[in-house]
Design a protein around this ligand. Structure first.
Ligand SMILES: C[S@@+](CC[C@H](N)C(=O)[O-])C[C@H]1O[C@@H](n2cnc3c(N)ncnc32)[C@H](O)[C@@H]1O
Length: 263
């Protein structure tokens, strides 16, 4: 039997998958921490890492419990791909790899640059990133090449906010430090059409919405303009009051949101 034990856990402050980008945004001014498990001698294992400006993290998609042989990647056209031709979290052995900037080595923690891991992700291993071994810029990148080329062009849709959505977004930010706008603008600016992985759907009432972690944002489409009309909890009030609902991300914020008189 194969057994793996985490050597540490990342602290990224990104509590839901929606907030973590598909790959790290290299230029973002972000700092994260990898806290090593104590009492295992890992502090000595970190020796000599200083001097490497980048490391590989090998980690577990611990928020995923299923896998599929064909997956619908969130970026690009709605085409299913073989899971091994993607970086999807839905893998038989849910291992993630991220080459992340190493900003500092402290006694039993590493300070990291931008990364695509949610808070609390278990890390199994660290390896130095060595450009001479790990970088092959000439290689071809299959179906992702076309997607990257399309994403390099400006977004096709402009994303606006109706007054109610604007007031709600400002309240979420100031009261709860929750801000989905950059990711919403990126996703809806590219393509607001219904998509399972992007969690965009048209409801029975004909309204379109997108899941943002435990929240939803409703929007309308007119020509090339997407207007976000309102935000709301992804769970109904009766569910949020039910025993066991404590595990819903942002539950306290959702309850306060439902109490708040937005105008
Ligand atoms: C597309 S995967 C790529 C991960 C890694 N860079 C790789 O290539 O293996 C990145 C996404 O994984 C999701 N994610 C991050 N941490 C996770 C975790 N601990 N469990 C499940 N999903 C996670 C986030 O939604 C993020 O956008």
């Amino acid at each position: 039997m194969l057994q793996l034990q985490p050597i540490g856990y990342v602290r990224t402050g990104k509590s839901v998958k929606f907030q973590a980008l598909h790959q790290p945004e290299e230029t973002a001014a972000e700092q994260h921490v990898l806290e090593m498990v104590k009492g295992q001698g890992y502090e000595d294992g970190l020796r000599d890492l200083a001097g490497f400006s980048r490391i590989w993290l090998i980690w577990w998609f611990h928020k995923n419990h299923t896998w599929r042989p064909m997956v619908l990647p969130p970026r690009g056209p709605a085409v299913r791909r073989g899971v091994f031709a993607t970086r999807s979290p839905h893998r038989p052995n849910a291992l993630g790899i991220t080459p992340v900037q190493l900003l500092a080595v402290e006694k039993d923690r590493l300070i990291l640059g931008p990364c695509d891991l949610v808070d609390g992700t278990p890390v199994f291993d660290i390896k130095p990133y060595i450009p001479g071994y790990d970088s092959f810029p000439q290689e071809t990148s299959g179906w992702t090449g076309g997607v990257d080329a399309a994403l390099a062009s400006p977004p096709a849709y402009q994303v606006d906010y109706a007054p109610l959505a604007q007031a709600q977004a400002a309240w979420l930010l100031t009261q709860w430090q929750i801000d989905f706008r950059p990711r919403l603008e990126e996703l809806l600016g590219r393509d607001p059409s219904p998509h399972r992985t992007r969690r965009i759907k048209r409801g029975a009432d004909g309204r379109c919405s997108i899941g943002c972690g435990a929240w939803r944002a409703w929007f309308g489409l007119s020509g090339q303009t997407v207007t976000i009309t309102e935000f709301g909890p992804g769970f109904p009030l009766r569910f949020l009051h039910r025993e066991g609902s404590e595990i819903v991300p942002d539950r306290a914020a959702q309850l306060a949101f439902l109490e708040h008189p937005f105008t």
